[in-house]
Design a protein around this ligand. Sequence first.
Ligand code: URA
Length: 240
Amino acid sequence: MPLQRIDKILASQNIASRSDTKTLVKKGLIIVNGLTVRKADEKYDPLNSEIIVNGTKVEYKEHLYIMVNKPKGVLSASRDKRNMTVTDLLPQHLKREGLFPAGRLDKDTEGFILITDDGDLAHKMLAPKSHVYKLYQVICDKELTSDDVKKFSDGITAGEISFLPAEMKITGKNSALVEICEGKFHQIKKMFQSIGAEVIYLKRLRIGEVFLDESLSKGECRELSNTEIQKLLSRKHGID
Ligand code: URA
């Protein structure tokens, strides 16, 4: 990793603004690799340096990967003038410049949304060719049948749009689990419309091989583990 100015490193980790860093440096409160930093523009390798600010060791993270349990009514956007967005849900210690939701859930959809500042990973996850599988819990206004399951597995065409084969597992009269490997606009709702049903509840339960942590209440979030980050791009699939 290229060397970076200490003020830039601390700003990127949301630890101190550039002007705060100047003050901390003046007070001798920043120590890197055992030596007191004398200038805010001194450069270090953030991944291989021990940085201590005001007595606390900095856990440098190049990127953040945050699982949010999105509630209804919250927008999948970084900011919005009128509505609350998924990034507004983040606690202060997980806020930093450049975070965005990797993918979208409709305003009335709940469940797993990933917030990150890793553009490469988000691109890989969202690229149509990647075929990352996503699992949804669906409640609709129609009794589902094995005929509907077959239509989904054959691949649905709705007007001009066609969807790749999807797996549906009926879990109740009006409810199902559905796994898709695309992320087209209103995809689940449109697929259900094509079988004459309206979606009345929708929740995303899994991205790749990573399940929504059910211990997260609506609106809560947590960082992903390294293993989970690798599993986001998994192409393994199948409901069960
Ligand atoms: N499909 C939809 O129709 N809406 C979502 O929010 C996600 C998938």
